[in-house]
Design a protein around this ligand. Sequence first.
Ligand code: 5GP
Length: 188
Amino acid sequence: MNNEKYLVVVSGPSGSGKDTVVKRLMELHPEIEISVSATTRPMRPGEREGVDYYYLARDEFERRIAAGEILEYAQYCENYYGTPRAEVDRRIAAHKTVILVIEVVGAANIKRNYPGATTVFVRPPSYEELEQRLRGRGTECEEAIQKRLRRALEEMEYAVDYDEVVVNAQVDECAEEIYALIQKHQRQ
Ligand code: 5GP
């Protein structure tokens, strides 16, 4: 892929606040765009088709993988999540910065295939804060929360593989920090 520097990956454990930070980043810098992923997980209350995700049945997701329509994908807590190729290609071709908010396996695949991409890992200020955020969201049952907490601890170990690590103590500051890092990498 040409222009890989326009590809930005943001990861962080569930509860790190990465989605809020990226949302803020796009409010502050509207020229940056986000890639809408496809998933087989059920829609949460308040989410919208084509805005938060494209919600697909498992067999349709697998058909798209086989057809080469998915740029990267991973299984997370028993569901598929993946980046539709179309979300990325046209933006990169138009020299628009596009952010993929994805988990660690997908992020590693992107970095392997597109070494020019910038990868940023968002850490919560502490484990306690992460647990509080996950519970405060009130969208998951206890079993799902426990699973996400275990996964969060595993994911934290991947931070060393990223180009940059930021701590999300304050949303605006963290968003601006990521923006500055993107700029720095695109100048290199
Ligand atoms: P959630 O169910 O909380 O929306 O997402 C669960 C995890 O899947 C999060 O870490 C999220 O960043 C990740 N995720 C969302 N979309 C994608 C994607 O397209 N590819 C990969 N690999 N992970 C994704």
